[in-house]
Design a binder for this molecule. Structure first.
Ligand code: PD2
Ligand code: ZN
Length: 288
């Protein structure tokens, strides 16, 4: 029995009735029995009830008491909804903010010269990007991520230090808690399919990664150029798309390593030209 057929055979009235029974504390077997009495085949009734309740549960806000406790996360000083934040004389525009998921889009975080400087320093060191191998905590080539990339050491260059200091002040988060800046170049067709940036603690390889500064709690993706087409950073669970514009950046944070943060995000395929970004991932503690 495929779920499409099940979904189609559940009328809105039946859906409402199944949910009402569950909310009233009726036993599942009694609900199934009632469906059988009204002409349903038992196996189809079970599937239909499961499908209906699973779909309904996904629409409910998560019960915080079932989740791991929230941890402190980076957060720009946005009280009073300012239109810009000045960091060491550099004005950063606040273009868009969203509460859940916590997303902030910045304008003019990097200057044109800084964007060009990062691309120039990175280009000779670019290699095909990899993703975390969940089994070992190492990394592997993965078709879900088809960019080229490289990592700078923290403070490796004056330009890197200046940008890291600006990020630290903007987000109120210690520079030492940041991973080294990552540069990515996406060629036409390249993408980064939707994923979470935190490490799922259930994976065997996560222990090794978490030993270097704890969980990731925030991500800042800075756009180093404006692609000719495509390449938005997307948050598919909330229908948000951030257009890549040179110097702008998108920041998002996650108070726990859990899907309830709604921080599933991806880099949409580049349709024309190249897309270059610099990503700064922020950890709970000092990244070593
Ligand atoms: O390049 C992007 O838009 C993007 C999208 C999703 C980058 C990352 N994730 C990342 O570097 O984590
Ligand atoms: Zn990401």
């Amino acid at each position: 029995m495929d779920t499409t057929a099940t979904a189609q055979s559940v009328t809105p009235e039946l859906r409402r009735w199944i949910i009402e029974q569950a909310e009233a504390g009726c036993r599942p077997q009694d609900v199934i029995q009632a469906m059988i009495t009204s002409g349903w085949r038992e196996d189809i009734a079970i599937k239909a009830m499961e499908h209906t309740l699973r779909e309904h549960l996904a629409t409910l806000p998560p019960d915080e008491s079932d989740l791991p406790p929230p941890v402190p996360v980076p957060e720009p000083a946005l009280t009073g909804a300012p239109s810009e934040i000045v960091v060491e004389g550099h004005a950063v525009k606040i273009l868009t903010t969203m509460k859940h998921p916590r997303v902030v889009v910045f304008g003019g975080l990097l200057t044109d010269a800084e964007c060009t400087g990062l691309m120039k320093l990175a280009e000779p060191r670019l290699m095909r990007s990899e993703t975390v191998d969940n089994a070992t905590g190492g990394s592997e080539i993965n078709p879900s991520r088809t960019s080229d990339g490289m990592f700078f050491e923290r403070g490796e260059h004056d330009l890197i230090s200046r940008i890291e200091r600006r990020i630290g002040l903007l987000l109120g988060w210690p520079v030492q808690n940041g991973e080294g800046l990552q540069i990515l170049r996406y060629r036409p067709g390249a993408e980064y399919r939707p994923h979470h940036d935190y490490f799922d603690p259930v994976h065997p390889g996560s222990g090794k990664i978490l030993a270097r500064g704890g969980q990731r709690v925030g991500t800042l993706v800075m756009y180093l150029n404006t692609p000719e087409g495509g390449g938005a950073t997307t948050f598919p669970e909330v229908g948000l798309e951030v257009a890549p514009v040179r110097g702008n950046a998108v920041f998002f944070s996650y108070v726990r390593a859990h899907v309830s943060t709604k921080t599933l995000h991806g880099g949409a395929p580049v349709l024309a030209g190249e897309k270059w970004v610099a990503t700064k991932w922020l950890r709970e503690g000092e990244f070593i």
